[in-house]
Ligand binder design. Structure first.
Ligand code: SF4
Length: 342
């Protein structure tokens, strides 16, 4: 047997890698509110909020959300409006709706099922994170941070978002997870990706995995993971209306809204004002419409430019799926930007 074979597992991992990683995690871990619990519901809330949102931004939302909906039953029986209200400002609102659907499924099943992916809105990553962190089961959670760490550790030069890459990492990592610290292992990898194995300029000198990292040994840390082909951003022009009645503004809710489905927003359209304005003016007659300006905002792969028009109406009633709201109403970010435009 050659000397190096004594230090490497069949999966290509140094046999001290896991203990080094966990020791680093024990020393360096951030004290985050969702790390103080094993409650699967609270961990689910944190995992859903953390998708596409930074840790620092999530913390106050997470605390407020759990104060308002302290357990799965409270969330399952809440109105969708109240869930959106607690989510307002966090973005990607479909997550809020899916989270409530998950809570309702848990309640109707009488608890979290063994196969977590059977729950609506729970994908492969969330199921693995929940299984390991909340239930202590060995499962490989591959979010963006974990994919970066493992693709470098194994010097995986293919596309990391592919099914083949996921299978490659899962096969190699699953057997490494210590039975008594599955949740810590998952969080240690995530933490390492967030703070050490950075997308640009990874901090290899302080990395607990440095002695076994193939990308570091081969000078490939800047080229792995292979950058994904960037989707071309689409430019979208919209028109939004601010129709005031005294100190209140008209809000609408549309189930089929492509960005903010089911939420209360100031009326907005893909058509220009010349097409949609006259209809609203006829329904909400009043002063002369005024073009206030434009709001620019990026949403996933789209750059939105929203032309904002406003007028004062004398009509105090409104139609179904419409309501008058105070100017301090908590609205989704996009609708707030429209309302705040001076
Ligand atoms: S040694 Fe560097 S590239 Fe390898 S896992 Fe650690 S931080 Fe990432």
């Amino acid at each position: 047997m050659c000397l190096s074979a004594r230090f490497w597992s069949a999966a290509g991992v140094r046999d001290d890698a896991v203990s080094e990683l966990l020791a680093w995690y024990d020393r360096e871990r951030r004290d985050l509110p969702w790390r103080r619990t094993r409650d699967p519901y609270a961990i689910l809330v944190s995992e859903v909020m953390l998708q596409q949102t930074r840790v620092e931004a999530v913390i106050p939302y997470y605390l407020r959300f759990l104060e308002r909906f302290p357990d799965v039953g409270a969330l399952a029986s809440a109105t969708l409006d109240s869930v959106y209200e607690m989510w307002a400002g966090l973005g990607y609102y479909r997550r809020a709706r899916n989270l409530q659907a998950t809570a309702q499924a848990v309640v109707s099943l009488g608890g979290f099922p063994l196969v977590l992916q059977d729950l609506p809105g729970v994908g492969e990553y969330t199921a693995a994170a929940l299984a390991s962190i909340a239930f202590g089961r060995p499962a490989v959670a591959l979010d963006g941070n974990a994919l970066r760490v493992w693709s470098r550790y194994f010097a995986y030069e293919g596309a990391v978002m592919s099914v083949a890459a996921r299978r490659f990492f899962t096969e190699r990592v699953l057997g490494l997870i210590p039975a008594d610290r599955a949740g810590d292992f998952t969080q240690a990898v995530m933490e390492l990706g967030a703070r050490v194995c950075l997308a640009r300029q990874p901090r290899c000198l302080v990395c607990p995995l440095q002695s076994g990292c193939a990308a570091l040994a081969r000078g490939l840390t800047e080229s792995i993971p292979k950058p994904s082909v960037k989707a071309r951003r689409e430019k979208v022009a919209l028109c939004a209306l601010r129709i005031f009645c005294g100190d209140r503004v008209l809000l609408e809710r549309r189930e089929r809204d492509p960005f903010l489905a089911g939420q209360w927003v100031t009326p907005w359209f893909f058509e220009p004002f010349s097409q949609v304005g006259p209809d609203y003016l006829a329904r909400f007659p009043g002063g002369e419409p005024r073009r206030v300006g434009t709001v620019s905002h990026g949403v996933t792969f789209r750059d939105l430019t929203i032309e904002v028009w406003e007028w004062e109406t004398s009509r105090e009633s409104c139609d179904e799926e419409q309501r008058w709201a105070g100017l301090d109403a908590r609205l989704p970010r996009l609708a707030s930007l429209v309302l705040e435009l001076a």
